[in-house]
Design a protein around this ligand. Structure first.
Ligand code: I3S
Length: 124
């Protein structure tokens, strides 16, 4: 709508374990390999760490996988996995991630927050 006097605070979610499978990198298909990852949502990126410790690690080279959400597409999928509560993020550079949690409330909390971030970082 635009023209709002106050901008809504951008939603962020800190640190939670999610099951993640990267299925494409820059348009190139990758073998699906579900891994438990420590996920952090900032106002424009999803940061995927190997574990909680990596988030605060000062070791050079210890970098998360950064999913740029500007121009990304997020959608629930029942076709890409037999697991429940799976959603897919496709970045504008053609990388595809599946994210999943056994708990629907956890999965939908992340889905909703990431979708809001996609929307707010895309319509600038
Ligand atoms: O899409 P796929 O190939 O059915 O995904 C399964 C595989 O990634 C499988 O690994 P192997 O290719 O090493 O067998 C995983 O163990 C399964 O979990 C994957 O299927 P789900 O439905 O869990 O995403």
């Amino acid at each position: 709508a635009g023209g709002a006097a106050f901008s809504e605070p951008l939603m962020e979610l800190k640190g939670e374990h999610l099951n993640v499978a990267k299925i494409s990198e820059s348009g190139k298909k990758q073998r699906k390999n579900w891994t438990v990852m420590w996920s952090v949502l900032t106002s424009e990126k999803l940061l995927i760490y190997k574990d909680r410790q990596q988030e605060t690690s000062l070791k050079p080279g210890s970098k998360p996988d950064v999913v740029q959400l500007c121009g990304a597409v997020i959608e629930w999928t029942t076709e890409k996995s037999s697991r429940k509560n799976v959603f897919q993020i496709t970045t504008n550079t053609g990388s595809e991630y599946l994210l999943q949690a056994d708990s629907y409330s956890i999965a939908s909390k992340w889905y909703d927050a990431i979708r809001k971030t996609v929307d707010s970082s895309t319509k600038l």
